[in-house]
Ligand binder design. Structure first.
Ligand SMILES: Nc1ncnc2c1ncn2[C@@H]1O[C@H](COP(=O)(O)OP(=O)(O)OP(=O)(O)O)[C@@H](O)[C@H]1O
Ligand SMILES: [Mg+2]
Length: 494
């Protein structure tokens, strides 16, 4: 349950409980009052009935449930004590003989009680106490039975209908008021709590927006902030908003500093590599010049010149690799050409074959041309690097397969697999890092720098794809997954 729901539920429950309690207390008080009033009137009526002078001759003796004598006004005369309200039942005995059992109805007509009605009232103990009696067809009555001065029993009963009707109406009104109060509390609670907590939504939205930004690398644009009007520090929610904004300010500063230093390092590497190109070319050129001049140099010096030439060639390669990585890091724009990967695969595989005739080279490509959008020269470099690794880092006779597998979504998987030795697990995790090499001592002499896979990964990432490796004792496979054309912008990388 959200905080909002909990608060509204709490408010509604409290209002419901309080208003119900008040309603019950009021209804009980009103009930006591109404019935007290009724009983007071009943006692007065009973007293009137008990104290009236009974004139023997004045009564027509009427048995209950005898033929109703409606409209017989004369017969009513004298039966009901003077001043009794309509509906007040009077049962009178005269010397143990029932002389009267009836009431005057609303229209002023005397109504004789039926036998059941009479019996219900007659069963009342003759003790002068008020009791509730259910009178058939007439409803509930409060009745009192007492003897008059001459010892004649008199029963007087008054209907509770008016009191209970008033009570019912009152309870009904109360119920309506409770429903209205609870509804109003629910509505007002929802409205005000929503208004009070609205800034929290904005704070959460801001935090979510920032959390979805790629902050790990590259230049980070201005981070969104919580709107200024929701950062009023005099409110609790405003404090949260203001604190978040301050934190985002710090994060922004840190990210800008990180980007700045990254840019500087990248620029330094790019500049250094670029600057090294020329002197390296000169060293190589001079070494080559001496070798080609045909002049005889001492044997030792000749060997040294050969080494100078080969090492400067290797170093030029290294510098080119570093420069390329620096450019890819800086997000140097790649070309957007339609690249025929089938053709590229055939060419690079045949070059690899020429370079490593003692390996077994297989090509597994579909008949239809496999095309992707990208930078042909860079993608070729990926293939060259992967094939070179399969040649350099596996023993002669190893079988190497270059396969292209078009994906259903329009993407493409390029895989280079070989059945050479397994790449150790500890090396696999750092394989794509710069200068990460297997057997360092051997590879260093073999001209290996550990940049090949790092470059391949940078190129593939810039194309919106990814490169993975799987290695087991039977098979080592490097897979390049390229996304469908147009699905990912071929990046101005990080
Ligand atoms: N097909 C493979 N079989 C076995 N080991 C491999 C294979 N490919 C790469 N490796 C291991 O991964 C390491 C890193 O490869 P990477 O291509 O990045 O660098 P390198 O080949 O050593 O040097 P460079 O490619 O820069 O000349 C290699 O040194 C090698 O130990
Ligand atoms: Mg390599």
């Amino acid at each position: 349950m959200t905080l909002r729901h909990r608060l509204v539920t709490l408010i509604v429950t409290v209002v419901l409980l309080v208003s119900t309690t008040i309603a019950i207390v009021l209804a009980l008080a009103l009930r006591a009052n109404l019935y007290g009033q009724l009983d007071g009137e009943l006692r007065l009526a009973s007293n009137r009935a008990v104290s009236r002078p009974l004139l023997e001759s004045g009564f027509n003796r009427t048995e209950p449930d005898s033929k109703p004598d409606q409209g017989d006004d004369d017969s009513a005369a004298g039966r009901i004590p003077l001043g009794q309200a309509a509906g007040t039942i009077t049962i009178t005995y005269f010397t143990s003989v029932l002389v009267d059992a009836g009431y005057i109805d609303e229209s002023g007509t005397y109504q004789t009680l039926t036998l059941e009605q009479f019996e219900a009232l007659d069963a009342l103990p003759n003790d002068g106490r008020i009791a509730a009696v259910k009178v058939p067809d007439l409803g509930t009555f409060h009745a009192i039975s007492q003897d008059n001065r001459s010892g004649n029993r008199t029963i007087t009963a008054m209907s509770t209908a008016s009191a209970s009707d008033s009570l019912r109406v009152f309870v009904g009104v109360e119920a309506v008021l409770i429903v209205v109060a609870v509804g109003a509390a629910g509505w007002a609670g929802t409205f005000f709590i929503r208004r009070a907590l609205r800034p929290l939504d904005a704070v959460a939205a801001t935090a979510t927006q920032v959390s979805e930004l790629p902050l790990a690398q590259g230049e980070v644009a201005e981070l969104v902030r919580v709107p200024q009007d929701l950062t009023d520090e005099s409110t609790e929610v405003g404090k949260v908003g203001a604190a978040l904004n301050r934190m985002l300010g710090h994060v922004q500063g840190a990210l800008a500093a990180r980007h700045e230093s990254e840019t500087q390092v990248r620029q330094f590497v790019a500049d250094a590599s670029h600057e090294l190109r020329t002197p390296l070319a000169s060293i190589r050129g001079y070494a080559e010049l001496v070798r080609r001049s045909g002049e005889t140099v001492p044997e030792g010096a000749g060997q040294a010149l050969g080494r100078i030439e080969s090492e400067s060639i290797r170093m030029s390669g290294l510098v080119e690799d570093l420069l390329l990585l620096a450019h890819l890091d800086a997000g140097r724009e790649l070309a957007h050409d339609t690249v025929d990967l089938s053709m590229l695969s055939i060419m690079t595989l045949s070059d690899a074959h020429a370079a490593g005739p003692n390996h077994v080279w297989n090509l597994d490509i579909p008949e239809e041309p496999c095309e992707v959008i990208g930078d042909e020269a860079r993608l070729q470099q990926v293939l060259v690097n992967l094939l070179a690794n399969s040649r350099v880092h596996t023993p002669e006779g190893t079988e190497v397969t270059l396969a292209l597998t078009p994906q259903d979504d329009g993407g493409m998987v390029i895989s280079v697999s070989n059945n050479g030795p397994e790449i150790p697990a500890e090396l696999r995790s750092s394989l794509f890092q710069r200068f990460s090499r297997g057997d360092t001592s051997r590879n260093r002499t073999g001209g290996s720098t550990g940049l090949g896979l790092a470059i391949a990964q940078a190129i593939v990432t810039a194309h919106g794809g990814r490169i993975t490796v799987e290695s087991s004792p039977e098979q080592t496979t490097f897979s390049v997954v390229l996304p469908p054309a147009g699905s990912v912008p071929i990046a101005k990388g990080p």
